[in-house]
Design a protein around this ligand. Structure first.
Ligand SMILES: NC(=O)c1ccc[n+]([C@@H]2O[C@H](COP(=O)([O-])OP(=O)(O)OC[C@H]3O[C@@H](n4cnc5c(N)ncnc54)[C@H](OP(=O)(O)O)[C@@H]3O)[C@@H](O)[C@H]2O)c1
Length: 229
């Protein structure tokens, strides 16, 4: 197979949990609730993938999330570990996520917050797993105020979960899909200076896209992780 000069890059998906009706996502750099089922779903969706986050969110987690490449955005150099990479800006983070996805034959990567990072990546996100937490009014200092316009987004699937011993509030998970996906492309030459492994994997990755178009495959992969309550 001949490698084309320009190739379509992996798709970006966000995962976010916000309160209803105030759209709060955090307070004093932590989550304002305890929702173990939602966290378990977050884990099953993201394991094996690259996850992009802001420095404050990384600190709030307390440790790198295992089984994933943790790409941490900060303007200051950040201590790297085996599964943690520092990105100085948005384009560096996207390049790292693209390389990881291609090398691991993944069709997508995830943007996992917080407030500033969701805003800065909003133009490239094609899919959002939105958890609405029915907490009533709560205080917070970080929000996800994005409104999903039905002209640009459609609600692909939706499921309700009750409050339980494990989950402090009832919540609803909706998968929002951008009607016209933002297809990012790169010249293959961009990888020549950054990573040699990616060049060797590129043809396999492209073959995967040809056998099953990107958006369909992302959909199948993600919906299979949407278990019945
Ligand atoms: N409910 C949810 O789903 C969810 C998910 C994630 C996080 N959260 C919550 O959200 C809150 C954190 O959000 P936040 O907005 O305060 O912080 P954040 O988005 O996690 O991180 C912000 C930091 O990222 C770095 N950064 C941002 N844009 C950058 C750019 N273009 N280039 C380089 N670095 C950049 C900066 O780090 P430096 O200052 O080091 O330069 C900035 O201070 C916490 O309360 C957390 O618990 C909630």
């Amino acid at each position: 197979m001949t490698t084309p000069a320009r190739v379509k890059m992996p798709s970006a998906t966000s995962i976010v949990a916000r309160s209803y009706p105030d759209h709060v996502i955090g307070i004093e750099n932590r989550l304002p609730w305890r929702l173990r089922t939602d966290l378990a779903l977050f884990k099953s969706r993201t394991v094996g993938h690259a996850i992009i986050m802001g420095r404050r969110t990384f600190e709030s987690l307390g440790r790198p999330l295992p089984g994933r490449l943790n790409i941490v955005l900060s303007r200051e150099p950040f201590p790297e570990q085996s599964n943690v990479q520092w990105a100085r800006d948005v384009s560096t983070a996207l390049l790292m996520a693209d390389i990881y996805a291609i090398c691991n034959l993944q069709r997508q990567f995830f943007v996992i917050g917080g407030e500033r990072i969701y805003r800065e990546f909003s133009d490239v996100i094609n899919r959002v797993w939105l958890t609405e937490v029915f907490s009533g009014r709560i205080n917070g200092d970080a929000k996800f105020d994005f409104e999903f316009s039905l002209n640009d987004w459609w609600s692909h699937s939706e499921r309700d979960y009750p409050a339980t011993d494990q989950d402090e509030y009832p919540f609803r998970i909706t998968c929002w899909v951008r009607r016209k996906p933002q297809h990012r492309e790169r010249f293959v030459d961009e990888f020549r200076s950054s990573d040699s492994e990616v060049l060797s994997k590129l043809n396999d990755w492209l073959a995967l896209q040809t056998s099953n178009p990107m958006e369909d495959a992302v959909e199948q992969e993600q919906l299979s992780l949407f278990p019945k309550p």
